[in-house]
Design a protein around this ligand. Structure first.
Ligand code: ATP
Ligand code: MG
Length: 415
């Protein structure tokens, strides 16, 4: 009997030497969580792949698409699985090639992971190849640069047959690179920055600073929608929201107008660093891109960075806006980010922000208000929402749990 299942390829994990099984196990765990809406009965490692089987033994393109979004997945093939009987795998190869779309040339690549199977791969290549030539008389065999390769792989008592595979997002399974706190606004950049570090295996904990109570909570809703859009990839464990409006007003009254943004950002970074320590996260992440706006000059980046000791990762520092927007479209956040909402960044904006801040002036302004008490009170006011799609996320115990209000249903505001 021939069944249909998904074969997941993950070449980058293969590079990890003796950590390989940790990576593979994490990928299997993450796939279980990401595919909970499907009737999946088995996810298992076999001979360099992960296979995903469904109850109806007829895996769909929809299932393959969900798998492709999971970090660590290099490619996904909808494969046929049959027994070792050659008539079965020849028939499966004909079906697989028939579904491969437009092509002019093909080759067969037989593999054997069970040495007990008596046929040699050369013999299998010939057998399947000649059957395919007969079934597709107008197609050419090209062993060097074929348009399509039909793989016939014998593993234990089964044969896996596939011709086409579609690329996944690549990267590494979430949970293999520790945890980061990402500064998330509802703009285009920071959702992409979050996704990028998530794709490299980091568990992401975004923190959003809203202008509440001086603005509506629209930006919080947009951030929630952004995290919902990222959730199927399993990169986000929890979203924190910090109502920052009142404190921004205090800062705007205390410091020179041109330095306001730098002060807001320093406070934001310090609050994020505090949350990161409570979370056990090892780095902060922002969506900055060099020179994109006034606050993203080297001087201003340095002036803000000076407020924290934890590494600040800026995965988009060398990206152009168009590249970022294209990526945002791929990950499903672009449409949400194209809606504008006042957040803490649009509140109390100076007319002429400093573009080349001098450190002594920055530090002088910094000392002109009680930033320590401010950071403390902001950390105390955080709200959050958890995202179960990230199986490796563990919430911090202790302080946060006891004192902080869970967003229920979300920020308490009307949508
Ligand atoms: P984005 O598209 O991510 O909003 P931007 O182009 O608007 O970025 P800035 O406003 O200078 O640029 O923000 C730079 C970075 O600071 C953002 O990418 C984000 O990481 C962080 N940031 C900005 N505003 C907020 C906010 N309200 N809450 C949390 N982080 C923020
Ligand atoms: Mg922004």
């Amino acid at each position: 009997m021939t069944e249909r299942l998904c074969l997941v390829h993950y070449h980058e994990i293969g590079l990890k030497g003796k950590n390989r099984s940790t990576f593979e196990n994490q990928l299997v765990t993450n796939l279980h969580r990401a595919l909970s809406a499907f009737d999946v009965t088995n996810i298992a490692r076999i001979s360099g792949y992960v296979i995903v089987e469904t109850a109806d033994r007829a895996a769909s393109e929809e299932l393959a698409a969900a798998i492709r979004r999971v970090p660590g997945v290099a490619r996904v093939s909808l494969a046929y699985r049959c027994g070792l009987d050659e008539s079965e795998y020849v028939a499966a190869a004909i079906r697989a090639l028939g579904e491969a779309g437009d092509f002019a040339s093909f080759k067969v690549h037989a593999r054997r992971s069970s040495t007990t199977y008596e046929r040699h791969t050369l013999e299998m290549n010939q057998l399947v190849g000649s059957a395919l030539c007969e079934a597709f008389p107008d197609k050419k065999v090209d062993v060097h640069h074929p348009d399509v390769t039909v793989v016939v792989h014998v593993v234990q008592g089964s044969t896996y047959v596939y011709a086409a595979s579609a690329p996944g997002v690549g990267g590494l399974p979430v949970g293999t690179a520790g945890k980061v706190v990402t500064l998330l606004s509802s703009g285009f950049d920071s959702p992409v920055a979050t996704w990028m570090v998530g794709r490299r295996g980091a568990i992401c904990v975004p923190v959003h600073f809203s202008g509440r109570p001086m603005t509506a909570d629209t930006s919080e809703w947009l951030c929630q929608d952004i995290v919902d859009a990222l959730a199927p990839s399993g990169v986000v464990g929890r979203l924190y929201v910090v109502p920052f409006g009142e404190r921004q007003r205090e800062i705007s009254l205390a410091v020179p107008q041109s330095l306001r943004i730098i002060m807001y950002r320093r406070v934001m970074l310090q609050v994020s660093e505090r949350i990161a320590r409570l979370e056990g996260a090892k780095a902060l992440v922002t969506g900055e891109s060099l020179g994109q706006v006034a606050s993203q000059t080297l001087e201003n980046i340095a002036a803000v960075n000076e407020a924290v000791t934890m590494p600040v990762l800026r995965p988009l520092i060398g990206s152009d806006k168009q590249e970022i927007i294209r990526r945002a479209e791929q990950i499903g956040t672009a449409e949400i980010s194209s809606q504008t909402a006042p957040d803490c960044c649009t509140l109390f904006m100076p007319r002429r922000p400093e573009t080349h801040a001098r450190m002594e002036q920055v530090l002088e302004a910094w000392e002109s208000f009680d930033h320590e008490a401010m950071v403390e009170s902001l950390v105390d006011a955080v709200e959050w929402r958890d995202f179960p799609q990230c199986p490796s996320y563990h919430a911090p115990r202790g302080r946060l749990r006891e004192h902080h209000r869970e967003l229920a249903p979300w920020g308490g505001g009307e949508r």
